[in-house]
Design a protein. Structure first.
Length: 500
């Protein structure tokens, strides 16, 4: 595996722009350039999304597709390698899930396989694409609608974790629909003539109150959350517009649609109570629950056991244990034994959880996800603590191990056409026998490419001061002046002297 690819891609993807959802322009530019330099044909602007692209190399069957997410988390800016909360740019986005490491896995694997295919004149096509705006579940359903996977045989997705593992079947989370409810009222002077106004913010607040009362009477696997995006301009003006953004999660399509219908009725009731109007319901993203292929997962698991976990250093373990102590978690360090492949929980026992729009792809062709160990056990997810391992030896070693698994699995499907057939037999006769895919988004829905523009406009100038410069430094930690690992000292200090 190429050290340039596994290390530099991870560092540069992570520390160019911190990849806020929908604004991953500089990361995509770097990855597209790297792929073109290595002989891939790249189509950009997929599905009308400026930061989306698909790269292909080779010809003929089978077509093996590699995907991984590239976006970050709001307010998760963090110095890497420092086991305490030290934002690089306070308030700015950061890699609070570790998505910058996934394309390092895929590109390293693809370039290694490409060399073998060229040497041995193997038929087949490699496809690589980014999960843009995964944190908004805002892209993969559009990829499906665009027909991106129409001729693909197998999808091997990769996602950062704290161990090597994979899974099959349904389970491990919910599907969701992401909806912005917008209300319109009438402005007035809040003190001089409030009776002449109709507050759209009142409608938002009453919708939220209604939803919170209804929540008790929803099924146990549901998850639902909201943020108010527009609450008015200033207190002395009755807000003529207001909006609230909901994630509505459930185990399957019918129950997701049922939740959406309930939210719709509550929103309409709130508008009636306040004399306002429910102006629109904008779908900002959607995701089917994941439904992974057993044949693909079993093939990948054999390679996971063959590759094994990295040899963690004392410094790696020290960073992990220091962070776990910082977070009040058991100080168990990094994993030393790969995950086993377990059957999914029966659907009636599943209690839901997070979502990933890889689910939409998994209902359209044989798919599974490789979890690779570029992060540490202990952080809560979507948090500054999840960004600490990024651009450290932990992330580099984990991505290299993941790349080896991906490369071996790609080769299995290239060299054994019967595996491709078995995967499709499983997909058609078991996975989708009783339930077929239908989009959660509506025909009129379009990608919300405007999201996070204001955040990046605010923070990007300061963030640019911290962009990684591989022409001057061997590692990003060296550029920042971060001693590895930096942990909290006995006197309570946990400093870093890094400067842009």
């Amino acid at each position: 595996m190429s050290p340039l690819t596994s290390h530099s891609v991870e560092a540069r993807c992570g520390w160019f722009s911190h990849c806020a959802s929908r604004q991953e322009f500089e990361t995509s530019k770097y990855l597209v350039g790297l792929l073109k330099e290595n002989g891939f044909t790249v189509q950009e602007g997929i599905a009308g999304i400026p930061t989306a692209w698909v790269a292909t190399w080779g010809s003929g069957k089978p077509v093996i597709s590699l995907g991984s997410d590239i976006d970050g988390i709001p307010q998760a800016s963090q110095f890497p390698g420092v086991a305490c909360h030290k934002p690089m740019v306070p308030g700015a986005p950061g890699h609070g899930e570790g998505h910058n490491s996934g394309q390092a896995v895929n590109l390293t694997a693809a370039l290694a396989v490409k060399k073998i295919m060229e040497r041995d004149r193997l038929p087949g096509t490699l496809q690589i694409w980014p999960g843009v705006a995964e944190e908004l579940v805002g892209t993969k359903a559009y990829f499906v609608r665009e027909g991106l996977f129409r001729d693909v045989d197998v999808v091997l997705f990769s996602h950062v974790g704290n161990n090597l593992g994979t899974s099959w079947g349904m389970g491990g989370g919910n599907g969701l629909v992401s909806v912005m409810f917008k209300f319109e009222g009438r402005s007035a002077h809040s003190a001089g003539a409030p009776w002449r106004g109709r507050s759209a913010l009142d409608a938002v607040e009453l919708m939220d109150i209604g939803w919170n009362f209804r929540r008790e009477h929803l099924r146990l696997p549901q998850r639902s959350h909201y943020v108010i995006k527009d609450g008015g301009d200033q207190p002395n003006v009755v807000p003529p517009t207001a909006s609230v953004w909901y994630y509505l999660r459930e185990l399957d399509y019918p129950h997701i649609m049922e939740m959406w219908a309930i939210a719709d009725s509550i929103a309409r009731g709130a508008a009636m109570m306040t004399g306002t109007r429910l102006a629109s319901q904008e779908v900002l993203g959607s995701a089917w629950p994941r439904n992974f292929n057993k044949v693909v997962a079993e093939t990948m698991q054999r390679n996971i056991e063959r590759v094994g976990l990295p040899a963690w250093s004392e410094a790696d373990q020290a960073l992990a244990k220091a962070l776990q102590k910082e977070l009040g978690q058991p100080e168990r360090g990094l994993e030393t034994k790969v995950d086993s492949l377990q059957p999914p929980e029966p659907l009636e026992r599943q209690m839901g959880g997070g979502s990933d729009d890889i689910g939409d792809i998994s209902w359209n062709l044989p798919t599974t996800t490789l979890r690779f160990p570029s992060n540490m056990p202990g952080p809560p997810g979507h948090n500054w603590a999840n960004a600490i391992a990024m651009a450290t030896p932990i992330a580099h070693k984990g991505a290299t191990a993941g790349a080896k698994v991906q490369a071996l699995t790609v080769l299995d499907f290239l060299l054994r056409p019967e595996l491709v057939q078995q995967a499709w037999d499983e997909f058609r006769n078991l996975q989708t026998k009783d339930r077929k895919y239908q989009p959660l988004m509506r025909p009129e829905d379009r990608p919300a490419i405007w999201l996070n523009q204001d955040i990046l406009a605010k923070y990007r100038p300061e963030m640019r001061k911290y962009y990684y410069d591989p022409s001057r430094y061997n590692t990003y930690l060296e550029q920042l002046g971060v001693a590895y690992p930096t942990v909290r000292q006995a006197d309570g200090s946990c400093g870093v002297s890094a400067v842009p």
